[in-house]
Design a protein around this ligand. Sequence first.
Ligand SMILES: [Zn+2]
Length: 256
Amino acid sequence: MAVYLEEVGGLKCYRSPLFKAFPEVVHGFFTRRGGVSSAPYSQLNLSFSVGDLPEKVAANRRLVQQALGLDSLAGATQVHGRREAVITNAPQALAPEIPEVDILLTSRPGLGLLIKQADCQAVMFYDPARRVVANIHCGWRGQIQNILSEAVGCLKERFGSTPSDLWAAIGPSLGPCCAQFRNFRQEFPPHLWTYQVRPKYFDLWGLSRDQLAAAGLKPEHIEITGLCTRCRGDEFFSYRREGLTGRQGAVIALRQ
Ligand SMILES: [Zn+2]
């Protein structure tokens, strides 16, 4: 079964069938549709750091929180690093974002983990054995640092997770159709050049899948949603296509 689009609380989001078997998990890969922001951030921009009006971003975040029926939403200033934050307290509505973190984890029900992206991947994890969720900001810079392996390590160390118990979904992001890297010889280490699908285009989805499998996830526990943000301009923000633009959100939580 493939990823499917649903309307929740007036907003459209894609859902992974992987998590359907777990009614205790709430998640959504949101599109750019349904919020209050104006061009070039129209409509559901969830980032405070792209030049949009803060009150509009706050309103958009409330819409997402309400749509999923969550008590709170935690986000971070994402920096393509390898640091993690375990979130235990519900943040206030307009609390500052957690600084310089790309791996978010929580076992607290009702608390949504928000990753913002416009071509980068959000990779969501659920561990039904330990009842913990994680959400990872995974751009190509993160992939070079193998941030997904780091995230699995965090789940093991902080929550006692066993990798073969984990489920992971790779969200809408830059597909092999559009992931062009003119300077890949400078940017990518040689062992990643095998992900080139035609000259200078890379399969970053396949790379994440392989990094998750190498970290111990079962292949049948990994899903690629397969939606390219650059190709689908009416649905998603794309930095590659638009430059100055908004960021859509991917949210996972344990149901309250
Ligand atoms: Zn594409």
